[in-house]
Write a protein that binds this ligand. Sequence first.
Ligand code: C2E
Ligand code: CA
Ligand code: CA
Length: 415
Amino acid sequence: MLNRAGIFDFIDRQLAPAAAADDHVAVIMLRVEGLREVSLRFGYATGEQAHLRALEMIRGALRPVDRVFSAGDDHFVLVLPRLHGRNHVLLAATRLIQTFEAPLPGLPYPLQGRPEMGVALYPGHAETPDLLCRRAELALAAAHARGESCQFYEPQDTPEEIFYEELREAIEANRLCAWFQPVWDLQRGTIVGVESLARWPSPRLGLVSPASFVEFAEQSDLILALTRWSISATLRHAASLRGAPGLTFAINFSPRVFARPGLVEQLMDVLEIWGLPPSVVVAEITETALVNDLQASAQAMQRMRERGVRIAIDDFGTGYASIAYLRRFPASELKIDRSLVCDLTSDPRTATLVQSIIQMAHHMEMTTVAEGVEDQATQELLTTMGCDYAQGYHLGRPEPAGDFVARYAQAHTPA
Ligand code: C2E
Ligand code: CA
Ligand code: CA
């Protein structure tokens, strides 16, 4: 199957001649949608047949100088040397698309594969085989997300390339920063807590949003270190505000770590180090975690609750679990997702839905928190609807935790 060394070696041998002749080399990641299906429905032997047929079709569409490598059930790596530019690649892509308009021959049923391609060009997009392949893969993911058949690598709409060592070093050297966003009590007009949000000031990438690196951390073991960092960084700031009774500190827990043995104990240890009661912590967890590992997540949640930690279900209304799962989980808060909140004032059906979520949560003795409140009208509507708490740019943007702590401490120090 995937012979990475062979692929890299072949690409590498095309680069110097391309540089000398001032032309381009394209690396195309090609996925043929439908191929995996064949294995699943007719067995692996038939699947392999289909794969070989697809390989032949691809070869037939290309020039003799081009090379095709198999890279998994439905994946192929294409290397096209001696190209004059993008248009030349598009020509090849069009031929491939046309080829797959005919069904794959020799299968138990007529299967039409749908090709999706991601392209990275040497020298414009990358200059090494490794980076060319990775960028072609990012382009393929972008093509898939947009439902397009062919997509060139574009730096702006693919995630920053995060290097494992860089992030690991940043976490371990405590170079990430905790930012706090206030949570307001809508009915009383006071701040009742903060949500702790990680920021990574990277010398190479600038201030990286957790939207980019949390997912990366989740895909590797770094999520454990990130969680550990997040707990200690948040509670260190919480400790400096010990004089602020009732203020809560929400920490995001990735679904991947929530049910892990030892997490609850780790949280308790850090609380003890700083002399804080468990009731200052709100553990935020998304519905996805509940769906993925129902039993283990429910147990972890129960153990946190028993010790006095509050649990919030994050991004409520975007997952699949929603209402049915709420029966099984002892959550104390429901965070209504930003996607619902932002349409609140413009769409009456969304308003009805949010109103019903608030009522349901209250019947189940849960507090409601609306996320992503960006204007006064939304804030007022939520207040009228009886929503308890809210967060959003209109109420307060995330800021470095130290800045929040200093201001809060000053405002609440008796004169
Ligand atoms: P989340 O838990 O849903 O966090 C809320 C996100 O919405 C934050 O993005 C926040 O900056 C943003 N936000 C707040 N108010 C508004 C608003 O009014 N409008 C808009 N458009 N956005 C608003 P951020 O900080 O980029 O965090 C993204 C996600 O990364 C978070 O989503 C959370 O799931 C995750 N995350 C953040 N910090 C950590 C961490 O320390 N550990 C883990 N495991 N995950 C984290
Ligand atoms: Ca959250
Ligand atoms: Ca959220």
